[in-house]
Design a protein around this ligand. Structure first.
Ligand code: HEC
Ligand code: HEC
Length: 396
């Protein structure tokens, strides 16, 4: 069933929502104008003036960008790059003139707000100085994305209206956030202690689309909003070609301790039409990406081959398309790396116990799946402990 996603009016609890989102999850953008007006009206955002003269009021987006810079970027750049770039003539882009962030943003080409990933700061790589690690690049890119948002991107609203998900297939229309005809679909099942979403998929319409950092927000009966506490899709930066679809990360999300009647809304750091044509990076959906293929082969492969491969390695088309284990029985290194990547896309690294590869087959979880160890909790526990031996290696 389709849900509308027009920009929402301002519910009374929006203030709580803003506090939660901005103070704890710096990556989220709301409707700038309304959020800004509310901040002025209530003064509830804490520090909203900048230290320089106390008069300039920052927008919530600017606060988010500035916080990300102070908390993430300064600790990366300072020790790694500061030795040369604070004071060496002609390359002193980190000099506090008037402060490091302002100077970096003003330095030609260093930070590219139109296409953040092509910022020279990120693309420079190893030179007289070192390259960023993957983790450092991700932190710096998060910040640049926030600066882009603060500077005002092409979309103005990246928040869908709250809707009531139904058991079974759900469709969220993204027309209201500037992506005409695009949708996000997922299936919802009620758990004894919450709700389980799977097959979370973004579908482009006649335009290619670019979505960054989708965030599910749950709304309780009092309309109090809580962002996904593990922010599981924080790493997602996805471009979907026209008329194509892509899974969002592993495609599953579990929300515990929410009522079955909880409402959901979806927020995005960026949700825009894309200029490029190809589909990229579903956040680990396309194989590869395992750190510990050896541990996978040692611990996970035997239990998956014994219990799951009968259906998931091609024997059952529905099973294989839901979770592909077609490479599981091939013990060559390349095949195991691919098999590992396929299973990793069903792992929630932040909270392994919520992983689709576990909860789907746990007899105590109440999900519908054709195989649940015949209801034998002990057999499931043995499977789970083998899987966790591998998963724990992946998340180290
Ligand atoms: C040991 C000194 C040193 C360190 C440490 C260092 N750099 Fe550099 N960097 C240089 C020099 C010298 C140049 C100018 C020559 C060149 O472009 O390679 C430069 C140039 C650059 C430029 C191009 C600036 C422009 O105006 O075009 C960027 C971007 C850059 N560095 C980024 C970094 C980053 C990011 C780090 C930290 C991860 C870093 N550098 C660490 C010495 C250093
Ligand atoms: C008897 C056949 C069968 C066996 C055995 C089986 N599955 Fe499945 N599985 C399916 C089918 C069919 C689906 C497709 C979705 C559905 O109909 O529920 C599926 C879907 C899934 C999904 C995706 C569900 C989602 O949330 O999208 C996961 C994960 C999964 N299975 C894991 C496993 C694991 C792990 C094992 C072994 C411990 C296993 N399955 C054994 C038939 C099987």
């Amino acid at each position: 069933m389709p849900f509308g996603s027009k920009p929402s009016s301002l519910p009374k609890s929006r203030r709580d929502m803003l506090n939660t989102l901005y103070l704890h999850l710096r990556m989220v953008r709301l409707v700038a104008a309304t959020a800004f007006a509310l901040v002025l009206a209530t003064g509830c955002m804490g520090e909203i003036t900048n230290g320089a003269n106390g008069d300039d009021v920052l927008t919530p987006e600017e606060i988010a960008a500035k916080n990300a810079f102070d908390q993430t970027v300064t600790p990366i750049l300072g020790p790694t790059c500061g030795g040369c770039h604070t004071s060496m003539a002609n390359i002193d882009f980190m000099a506090p003139m008037p402060d490091m962030r302002t100077h970096l943003l003003a330095w030609p080409g260093l930070v590219n707000l139109d296409t953040p990933t092509s910022s020279k700061l990120l693309t420079k790589g190893a030179h007289s100085g070192p390259a960023f690690t993957a983790e450092q690049s991700a932190g710096v890119l998060d910040w640049i994305n926030l600066e882009k948002v603060a500077a005002g991107g092409p979309t103005t609203t990246v928040e869908t209206q709250a809707f009531q998900p139904q058991p079974g297939v759900n469709t969220v229309d993204l027309t209201g956030i500037g992506l005409p005809g695009a949708t996000i679909t997922f299936r919802m099942q009620q758990l004894s202690v919450g709700i389980y979403l799977n097959e979370i998929t973004v579908h482009a319409s006649t335009d290619a689309i670019h979505v960054v950092h989708p965030l599910f927000v749950t709304w309780d009966a009092q309309n109090v909003a809580s962002p996904d506490p593990v922010d599981r899709f924080a790493d997602i930066d996805l471009t979907v070609a026209a008329n194509e679809a892509s899974s969002i990360g592993g495609g599953t999300a579990v929300f515990v301790d929410v009522a079955p009647t909880t409402k959901l809304s979806l927020h995005f750091l960026v949700a825009a039409k894309a200029t490029g044509g190809s589909t990229t990076g579903g956040g680990g959906i396309t194989g590869g990406g395992c750190k510990s293929v050896a541990a996978f082969t040692q611990f996970a492969q035997p239990v998956l081959a014994a219990n799951c491969a009968g259906c998931h390695a091609g024997g059952n088309a529905g099973a294989t398309s839901a979770t592909d284990m077609s490479k599981i029985n091939d013990l060559s290194a390349t095949a195991q790396a691919a098999a590992c990547g396929q299973i990793l896309s069903r792992v929630v690294k932040a909270t392994p116990a919520d992983s689709g590869i576990l909860v789907t087959v746990d007899p105590s979880k109440g999900l519908t799946h054709p195989f649940k160890f015949g209801g034998n909790q002990g057999s499931y526990a043995a499977y789970e402990s083998q899987m966790l031996m591998w998963i724990n290696q992946e998340i180290q």
